[in-house]
Design a protein around this ligand. Structure first.
Ligand code: NAD
Length: 478
């Protein structure tokens, strides 16, 4: 018997969880269920994280968590519980299979069998945001080498285990050369270790367009967090409904299984929600805990039910479906089919062990890191960059020189265009002169001088070279 934690969530959560548990228990899942309360009620009771400390203990003890979708109240500083759970528990890999069920569920893409492997812990989801000036806010996009290595290796190991032929990577590294550039570079490094698996990279915009147009050309797709969030909803919807796809969040110690969709409050309490997404999550959970026989039985019964045309309203189509059913009736139909296999859709046959044996991340030796300059960000309400440059030149000396000012990344000094629209947020780049770099104290010196001259500095970013290579972006137009 495996002990698992269950949360029934908000909106349609309780209905689809009840249906899911009923099906898997009827199929013989050997589970001891410990229920916790998370989500809206907990948020509104004043806990801005949406979860009580004792519930964290339960999740960490049991290590396996089946979670229905929850509602994050808008405003009020409530932090997304989903993001917190994924990050606190180190659930770095989010695996989202999206399969077409043609001809039984209407889709424009009869041949589609994609698995999206989404990085789950970093990127813009670090949630580090600040208002810096009257006019400008920022969100930090953090991408780490361990984050990239872990998720890309997971994608290739998953592809190997599941006999998949190709792993595709989507990034936007033509624009984000440092962050997405690192993800792409690590993808190339790790892909080389798997010569039997085809690999390719697409810039996310054209890649997403191709995925929406010809999903049959894709197999496993790995990508950073935000792109994966967006594209997995699109991929699931392409198969017929977001209500059909499940999601596994896998870490080194713990794992969480859920539907990819949200709590759909508009249809809550009406017995119309499709429980299939959460059921698919539960099937991944059963495979994860070694109850693959039960997982196989449930999946085949589910395929058979879909094939019989017994459909919830959002996928019901006259001429394709045979019977429109509610959440409960759908679950009962799946239970009725336990032990049967689909006739036209391909029945599944699961292996007994789905645990991936992944190496621990090994930190590389530190590079030779040299401070070569500093970007000082300034709030300034003037409009002529030449005037700002004049003020700033008063705070430099012969060792440190102002080399550039940008506004929202575009170079406005020297030789800016008068057409460029400028906000009150300026990045002023100071570079050390000569090859020796600059001492950290020089940054403090600059800030002190700026203070004396009444220049409103917001923040600084140190400019480094690593092993002699400049490791910061140039200004656009520089
Ligand atoms: P949603 O996924 O809840 O709904 C999007 C659309 O899909 C709606 O039209 C909905 O009716 C439909 N839909 C979703 N699941 C369905 C199902 N099982 N059966 C039939 N139709 C289904 O997205 P949303 O409306 O943007 O978000 C609602 C709430 O869910 C928000 O509070 C959001 O924060 C939360 N959310 C939670 C999770 C999670 O817990 N993992 C994920 C995404 C969104």
């Amino acid at each position: 018997m495996t002990k698992i934690t269950v949360a029934k969530g908000d909106g349609i959560g309780p209905e689809i969880m009840e249906a899911t548990l009923k099906v898997i228990l009827a199929a013989g899942a050997d589970l001891a269920i410990e229920e916790i309360e998370v989500g809206e009620k907990v948020y509104l009771a004043g806990n801005t994280s949406g979860i009580a400390p004792s519930s964290w203990d339960t999740i960490r003890q049991n290590k396996v968590f089946l979670k229905a979708p929850i509602t994050t109240p808008q405003g009020g500083g409530y932090k997304s519980l989903n993001v917190s759970i994924r990050k606190f528990l180190g659930l770095y890999a989010n695996v989202r299979p999206c399969n077409s069920l043609h001809p039984f569920v209407r889709t424009k893409h009869p041949v589609m069998n994609i698995v999206i492997v989404r990085e789950n812990e970093e990127d813009l989801y670090a949630g580090i945001e600040h208002q810096q000036t009257d006019e400008v806010v920022q969100c930090l996009k953090l991408i780490s080498r361990p984050g990239c290595e872990k998720i890309v290796r997971y994608a290739f190991e998953y592809a190997k285990q599941q006999n998949r032929k190709k792993v595709t990577c989507f990034t936007k590294d033509n624009i984000m050369k440092q962050t997405d550039g690192l993800f792409h570079r690590v993808f190339n490094e790790i892909a080389a270790e798997y010569p039997d698996i085809e690999n390719e990279h697409w810039i996310i915009d054209i890649g997403a367009a191709k995925m929406a147009d010809t999903p049959e050309e894709f197999d496993v797709i790995v990508m950073p967090n935000l792109y994966g969030d967006v594209l997995s909803d699109i991929a699931a919807q392409l198969t017929g409904s977001v209500g059909l796809a499940g999601s596994a969040n896998i870490g080194e110690e713990c794992a969480m299984f859920e539907a990819i969709h949200g709590s759909a409050p508009m249809i809550a309490g009406q017995n119309v929600a499709n429980p299939s997404g959460l059921l698919q999550g539960a099937i991944m959970m059963l495979n994860h805990i070694g109850q693959s026989g039960v997982a196989e039985k449930v999946q085949n019964a589910w395929l058979k039910t879909i094939e019989e045309g017994i459909h919830t309203p959002e996928i019901y189509k006259e001429g394709i479906s045979s019977k429109k059913v509610g959440t409960k009736e759908f679950a009962d139909a799946v239970i009725e089919n336990l032990g049967k296999k689909p006739a036209l859709l391909k029945p599944v046959s699961y292996a007994t062990n789905y645990a991936l044996n992944l190496p621990k991340y090994k930190r590389r030796p530190a590079a030779d890191k040299k401070l070569v300059g500093v970007d000082v960000f300034v709030q300034w309400n003037g409009s002529s960059p030449d005037e700002l440059a004049e003020h700033l030149q008063e705070i430099t000396d012969k060792e440190i020189k102002l080399t550039m000012i940008t506004n929202r990344g575009i170079k406005v000094w020297p030789e800016g265009f008068k057409e460029t629209f400028c906000t009150d947020h300026w990045r002023c780049r100071f570079m050390a002169q000569g090859d020796v770099g600059m001492p950290k104290a020089a940054v403090i010196g600059l800030l002190q001088q700026a203070l004396w001259k009444n220049i409103d500095t917001i923040k600084t970013e140190n400019l480094y070279s690593f092993d002699g290579k400049a490791a910061y972006s140039l200004g656009q137009g520089q």
